[in-house]
Design a protein around this ligand. Structure first.
Ligand code: SF4
Ligand code: SF4
Ligand code: SF4
Ligand code: FES
Length: 948
């Protein structure tokens, strides 16, 4: 189905152009291009099997031989570069003869089941047999062959059938070059050579199920199980992955209304044809039986749900919101939007709040992840977003990763980063835990792993900056030309103080001062240096301070404003950037303009024809606090699950219980829905139109590939609610919403669906000055004019270890699962991660008599939960680590209410705890089990339904 042209070998770029003749046609291509690629450009197709344009040529199949006038022999066109003036012939009787002979050998050792093969009609071997005119095999099929080789069906998503393997090694090369995992090899020689996943089943091997090998395979040897089950697709629609902030572009390949395969788009700006296990394979949740597709209402959370029509549900929700506002005041209601929703959906939710509810009580889940990025970058460089595109990393000489785990959290970008590291870029990692990139990825080893104590980020960034300034490694010319002088001087006076030296800060960070100094020298003097960071930076009481510290470091060394450098937040969810851009924060309209700004207020009042509030509304934690105090009484929560994702679960559920009307719009009856009074079924990303904005500010289209199972796209549901509240919304299509966003938001001025269709994707700002978008920001000057250094004093968190709570718990994510897991837990990805584990260092485990697999109680000042232990040296002594993908784990029962001083982003990464061996679940987990079971019954679903 994937009928995208394959040029056979990768595109080359060069200032020098070479002209040659192929089959009598003159063609000009960049120097370094292969003859095969040049032929393809000129419209000539050379038969091939081992070559494909996503991989470096290998030259093993001998099918692509050509003749070059004046040269002896028959060179392989995939491995032979073009040369000036040569005359190439791709179709001669001799070549046809050789090719038929090659194909004959392949086919004589290949099952003759084309008619019943799942890829019949979508197989390169079959195509090539036809292309070379092979009609029969002279040697018969009875000789020594591989036809009885056993299949490997261990991977839940794809099957390896060695009998169909032609040992072209495309899979091996895809795993190495594209994915960077090196899980596969060709074992043996000659006839005995075969593909091996390290002598293991695929499932038990190093394979991370990215599917690159399956995509590269020219036969049905490696094939998706969905294709085996459903056959080859009939049509395809290009859309964007709904999982992480990489924002991979895919062709959703369909049979009628059914997706049968997701193939990464070679022209995808963020992924260039690659994907991870989630985007490529984990889309089955969209049609999972747990989905709720009928609206439901109930008076109390202790009542069973009643299935109702959309009209009844919408009118009930609207009447409750109106009743509550009348009784408790205009400020007593609010909404939470989600980074999983499209830009258009988020936009209409915030508009509903501001225009129909008449307050600014709108917040988003970015509050609990990247709100410090927005604040910190805005203050220092003037724009609340990353500075580069992903491709920029290919120009980096030094890569610094802070508090992020790209191979698990942002896998496709990690593959690109690994490619650059294999080319020789240096690597500095600041993390309390040894992520895979430290020394657990083939051919990659961090030059410095600064294994700092959780909570000491700011101490570390100050120590790095101190070293650079005191050792005179700063880029004075850049600072002088591009940054505010006064602010820099004040900052410099602060940073040179001995209290910021690596030697003094060692007390806080626990990292050897010499290593810090060496890493600082490398960052400042190693060439283009880029910083990539994640939630290990933001989810701290000094999250915003750390973001500013990172921006300071980049400005100090001139590492901003060109390719290969910059400050790059790796966004967790698919549309974190977009949800922030779309005005989801209580103090900002779309485009990060403060609600008190008179001109902006006037603009929106005129456009929306309504009087708007000029005071910031409530943030999520404030909404919860005020709910418990009794003044916040109703919440509209779209696509977000605060009862699982937000800190101090007991506090969140207490707040939800205190409200009179909780409206949840989601695919599943999630944790928050257990406390809801109105359930509005949501639509999956496959069922709607819209856009997502990824971590590089790249706006990409989400296209409807099937009808919504619930009957409506999510923005339509919000529109119905808004109209029922008495404020008119009349969008006919998601594109109308984008047109309004573009009219009202300067950075989106040039964005439209038509332009997105033409360009594929656009990185904002997109305006008159940058009509095609902006891959790199701050090139000649910062968005705020001059960059501003801000003093970043280290203040230790109030969450201290004591004899009662002697360990620090920190959290993270895993490749196979996504966020609260509501989607990935409803796919076969659970086979890799059935439960959240708590990692404990062997010393701490031994002291407590804990072994891998034991149940351990994890107790903090906020609560207690029980998880299974995994003993590992990945964590340092004194630190334990867990993921948060399963609600019954209750990871957020133990996290505290501490938060970032500027944005209230929770301090998920530092919780003082004690652990001990236990034999039963915690009280919270027992209550949770009981409550969940009751709610399942209320939903009228069988016991098999997972409520979360
Ligand atoms: S699925 Fe990905 S990681 Fe696994 S063997 Fe194939 S290319 Fe390698
Ligand atoms: S499995 Fe497919 S890609 Fe790998 S060597 Fe065999 S035929 Fe080639
Ligand atoms: S890297 Fe992210 S966006 Fe890309 S396929 Fe994986 S989950 Fe989807
Ligand atoms: S395609 Fe050139 S040798 Fe196989």
């Amino acid at each position: 189905m994937d009928d995208v042209k394959d040029f056979g070998t990768p595109k080359r770029t060069s200032d020098k152009t070479i002209q040659l003749t192929i089959d009598g046609v003159s063609v000009s291509v960049p120097e370094g291009t292969s003859i095969m690629h040049a032929a393809s450009v000129s419209g000539v197709t050379v038969p091939k099997l081992c070559a494909t344009d996503s991989l470096e040529p290998f030259g093993s199949c001998r099918l692509c031989l050509v003749e070059i006038e004046g040269r002896r022999g028959y060179p392989a066109s995939c491995t032979t570069p073009v040369a000036e003036g040569i005359k190439v012939h791709t179709q001669t009787p001799k070549l046809a003869d050789i090719r038929r002979g090659v194909m004959e050998l392949y086919i004589s050792d290949h099952p003759l089941d084309c008619l019943t093969c799942a890829t019949n009609g979508d197989c390169e071997l079959q195509d090539m047999a036809g292309a070379v005119g092979l009609r029969d095999v002279r040697y018969g099929y009875e000789g020594k062959n591989h036809l009885k080789s056993e299949k490997d069906t261990s991977n839940p998503y794809f099957t390896f059938d060695p009998s169909k393997c032609i040992v072209c090694s495309r899979c091996v090369r895809a795993c190495e070059e594209v994915q960077g995992t090196f899980a596969l090899t060709i074992q043996g020689r000659g006839f005995d050579s075969k593909v091996s996943a390290g002598n293991k089943d695929f499932k038990d091997s190093e394979c991370v199920s990215c599917g690159a090998c399956v995509q590269a395979c020219p036969t049905a040897a490696l094939i998706e199980n969905t294709i085996i089950e459903a056959g080859v697709p009939e049509h395809s629609v290009t859309t964007t992955c709904a999982y992480c902030g990489v924002g991979c572009s895919f062709h959703a390949e369909m049979k009628g209304e059914e997706v049968v395969r997701m193939t990464p788009n070679k022209d995808g700006g963020a992924n260039h044809g690659h994907s991870c296990v989630k985007g490529r394979f984990a889309w089955g949740y969209a049609t999972h039986k747990d989905r709720i597709t009928t609206p439901m209402i109930r008076k109390s959370i202790h009542d069973p749900w009643e299935k109702v029509t959309w009209d009844v549900a919408i009118n009930y929700a609207a009447s409750e919101l109106k009743r509550i506002q009348k009784k408790y005041g205009q400020e007593s209601v609010g909404a939470i939007s989600s980074s999983r929703c499209t830009n258009e959906e988020v936009y209409v939710v915030q508009k509903l709040v501001r225009a129909a509810l008449g307050n600014n009580n709108i917040d988003t889940c970015a509050r609990v992840c990247h709100s410090p990025t927005g604040y910190g970058l805005k203050q220092t460089i003037g724009e609340s977003a990353g500075t580069q595109n992903f491709d920029s990393v290919m120009h980096s000489d030094v890569i610094m990763i802070i508090g992020a785990n790209p191979t698990d959290g942002h896998p496709v970008f990690a593959s690109q980063m690994k490619r650059r590291l294999r080319e020789g870029a240096k690597l500095i990692i600041l993390d309390p835990r040894a992520i895979d990139l430290v020394d657990n990825s083939p051919h990659i080893k961090a030059d410095y792993h600064l294994k700092l104590k959780p909570g000491s980020n700011v101490a570390m960034i100050n120590a790095l900056a101190h070293t650079i300034v005191t050792e005179k490694l700063l880029d004075e010319a850049f600072v002088q030309a591009r940054c505010e002088d006064e602010a820099f001087k004040a900052w410099k006076d602060f940073i040179v103080k001995s209290e910021n030296s690596p030697e003094v800060m060692m007390q806080a960070t626990g990292v050897n001062a010499e290593d810090v100094r060496a890493a600082a020298r490398l960052y400042a003097t190693g060439g283009n240096a880029a910083i990539y960071y994640g939630l290990g930076v933001t989810e701290h009481s000094q999250g915003s301070t750390m973001v500013m510290g990172i921006a300071n470091l980049a400005m100090l060394t001139g590492n901003i404003g060109r390719e290969g450098v910059g400050v790059n937040p790796l966004r967790g969810q698919n549309n974190v950037q977009g949800s922030c851009d779309m005005g989801s924060f209580p103090h900002e309209f779309p485009g990060y303009r403060h609600v008190s700004d008179k001109a902006t207020l006037a603009l929106f009042e005129k456009a929306w024809d309504v009087k708007l509030q000029n005071e910031p509304g409530l943030r999520i934690p404030n909404m919860l606090d005020v709910a418990i105090e009794g003044q916040f009484k109703a919440l509209y929560c779209e696509g977000e699950d605060i009862a699982q994702s937000d800190p101090n679960t007991k506090h969140v559920t207490h707040a939800l219980e205190s409200m009179e009307c909780v409206i949840v719009q989601d695919l599943f009856l999630n944790e928050t829905a257990m406390y809801a009074h109105v359930f509005l079924p949501g639509s999956s990303f496959l069922e709607k139109n819209g856009t997502f904005t990824n971590a590089e500010r790249r706006i990409s289209r989400v296209r409807k590939v099937m009808s919504p199972k619930n009957g409506y796209e999510d923005w339509e549901v919000t529109q119905m609610l808004c109209n029922a509240l008495g404020y008119k919304m009349d969008y006919k299509h998601a594109s109308d919403i984008m047109d309004e966003i573009a009219r009202l938001t300067p950075t989106f001025k040039g964005v439209s669906y038509q332009k997105l269709d033409e360009l594929g994707s656009i990185q904002w700002p997109c305006n008159d000055e940058h009509p095609f978008g902006t891959p790199t920001m701050h090139i000649d000057e910062f968005v705020r004019g001059k960059g501003k250094f801000i003093i970043t004093e280290y203040v230790a968190t109030s969450e201290k270890v004591t004899t009662k709570y002697p360990l620090i718990l920190t959290t993270g994510r895993i490749l196979s699962q996504y966020n609260v897991g509501a989607q990935t837990r409803r796919t076969k990805n659970v086979e890799w991660h059935e439960e959240d584990l708590v990692e404990i260092h062997p010393h701490d485990a031994e002291e407590r008599g804990i072994h891998s697999g034991d149940w351990v109680g994890v107790v903090s000042r906020a609560g207690e939960t029980v998880l299974r232990a995994q003993i590992t040296e990945r964590v340092q002594p004194g630190v334990i680590y867990t993921t948060f993908h399963h609600p019954e784990s209750g990871a957020n029962v133990i996290t505290t209410e501490n938060s970032d001083w500027a944005t209230n982003c929770p301090e998920f990464k530092v919780t003082a705890v004690q652990v001990s061996k236990v034999s039963q679940l915690s009280d919270w987990q027992k209550q949770y089990q009981h409550f969940s079971e009751e709610q399942i019954e209320f939903a009228g679903k069988s016991k098999e339904l997972k409520i979360h």
